[in-house]
Each structure stands twice: as C-alpha cells, then as structure tokens.
Design a protein around this ligand. Structure first.
Ligand code: B1M
Length: 211
C-alpha cells in the first residue's frame, strides 16, 4: 500500500496512535503535504461519511476518525504554512450555531493563516451575536468566515449574515461561507459575499476580497 493509502486507512480506521508517525514518514519521503491532506485524510473522511450514511459506522467511529485527522493535520501544519502572519489583515471564523463540525473550518483557518491573515477563531456552535461581538472587538477586521456542515444549520449561516448586516457592517465587512451542504446559490440567496467549496479556494478568495 502507498504511504497515502496507509494514511487514509489510518484515518478511516481511527488509528490515533499511528497517524503522526505515518504523516511524518510521508513528509520525510518527500510526499507533497497537499496530497497527504487531500488524497489521504480528506478522502478518508469522505469514506467515513458514506459509511455513516449506510449505518456501517456510527458517531463514536466518526469521532475517532476526526481525532485521528486532527492529529495528522498538526504534523502537516508547519508544512502548509507560507505567508507572514497578519500582513493581509484579520479574519474572524467560526462554525455556526448548532453545528459542532470543526475539521473543515480548521483547515480553512489554516489556509487563510497561510495566506497571511491573522485568524481569530471563535470555535464551533457560534451564535450570530458572537460573530458581531468579535467584529466589535476587532474593528479593523474586514472578513468573516462561517462554516456549516449540516443542512439543519444552514439557516444559522443566514442568521449570521443577517446579524452582521443588522449591526451595520454590511458595507465594511465581507462574509464568506462554506461547508459540505453549502452552494453558491445559497450564498446568493442569503446575501453572503462569497462561497468557496474548499479551504484552498477560501484563501484565494479572501485575498481577492481585500485586494
Ligand atoms: Co457529522 N455529519 N454529524 N460528525 N460528519 C456529516 C456532516 C454527514 C454528512 C454524515 C453523513 O450522514 N453522511 C451528516 C450531515 C447530513 C446532513 O446534514 N445532510 C452528519 C450528521 C448527520 C451528524 C450528526 C447529526 C450525527 C448524529 O449525532 N446523529 C451529528 C451532529 C452534531 C452537531 O454538529 N450538532 C454529527 C457529529 C459528528 C461528529 C462530532 C461525530 C464528527 C465531527 C468531529 C469534528 O468535526 N470535530 C462528525 C464527522 C467527522 C462527520 C463527517 C464524517 C466528516 C466531516 C469532516 O470533517 N470532513 C461528515 C461526512 C462528510 O463530510 N462526508 C459528517 C472533512 C472536512 C475536511 O471536510 O468539513 O466538508 P468539510 O470541509 C471542507 C469543505 O466543506 C470546505 O473546506 C473544507 C476543506 O476543504 N469548508 C469551507 C468547510 N467550511 C468552510 C468555510 C468556508 C469555505 C469552505 O468559508 C468560510
């Protein structure tokens, strides 16, 4: 099995103790960190999602896979970074109210940071008013990112955009949204400024929005 295959299998099977060593070995062998992320870890999480849908795995297994992926990303982190911290300005990010998924949000945060932004991460299950509060604490911040992984929490994206606009930030702050069930169409419908499908394109879009 290839190294990437071994990494994917470790995430899929929740081999928390093995993952750091495997990722380090792959890096030492010169495997591209983006390849490890996309074709190893993200691909494995997609398989876990499919298995969950057909009752082949359950929440505890999803949790262990998530924990494994997080450990793997920590080893990758220094290899994915490139930009100099904060030169592009601030970026407030969070997973919206009612939603506890944070792997995608963390990857977006990592890529945004790599693009040179200072990231203010509000965590998961973030109510709209907390996004607004953070903007009050960081008046120089021009970008907010909100993530949703559940169809049931997409409405929280709308509530977040509405709250930011109602607080008077419509012309000062751009809101970017994303997450597996989110689409460009939905972004247009709720008045978000941008939708991007993945972490890499989120970083590119963030740069575009402040340039
Ligand atoms: Co959950 N879960 N989960 N889960 N989970 C999904 C999302 C699901 C699709 C699985 C399935 O049924 N196939 C399904 C949602 C179905 C739906 O809404 N239609 C689901 C469900 C149902 C649930 C629960 C309700 C299960 C239950 O309790 N019965 C529950 C809800 C809890 C809650 O949030 N209130 C739940 C719980 C969990 C765990 C806690 C066990 C765990 C999360 C652990 C954690 O995050 N710390 C978990 C996991 C791991 C998953 C799957 C398997 C993997 C998610 C993931 O990390 N993917 C997921 C299945 C799947 O996604 N295929 C599933 C890897 C990650 C890199 O991708 O997050 O999509 P993703 O991020 C991508 C892009 O979406 C994008 O960039 C990222 C990287 O390129 N992106 C953005 C994300 N945010 C962005 C923001 C942007 C731009 C791009 O701009 C700001």
């Amino acid at each position: 099995m290839s190294k990437i295959g071994e990494i994917a299998a470790a995430v899929e099977n929740g081999k928390v103790k093995l993952i750091e060593e495997l990722v380090q070995e792959a890096l030492d062998e010169g495997v591209d960190p983006n390849d490890i992320l996309e074709n190893g870890m993200i691909a494995a999480m997609a398989i876990i999602g499919e298995k969950f849908q057909v009752n082949e795995v359950f929440v505890p297994e999803m949790l262990v896979s998530a924990k494994t992926m997080k450990k793997g990303v920590e080893v990758l982190r220094p290899n994915l970074k490139s930009g100099s911290l904060g030169k592009m300005g601030k970026f407030i990010i969070g997973t919206v109210a009612g939603d506890l998924h944070d792997i995608g949000k963390n990857l977006v945060a990592l890529m945004i940071e790599s693009a040179g932004f200072e990231v203010i991460d509000l965590g998961v299950d973030v109510p709209p008013e907390k996004f607004v509060e953070a903007l009050g604490e960081h008046p120089d911040c021009k970008l907010v990112g909100a993530s949703s992984l559940l169809t049931t929490t997409m409405v929280s994206l709308k509530n977040t955009v509405d709250a930011i606009h109602a607080a008077g930030y419509k012309d000062k702050v751009k809101v970017m949204i994303g997450g597996a069930p989110v689409t460009q169409e939905y972004a247009d419908e709720i008045g978000a400024d941008a939708y991007t499908p993945d972490a890499g394109s989120a970083a590119t879009k963030a740069i575009e929005l402040v340039s």
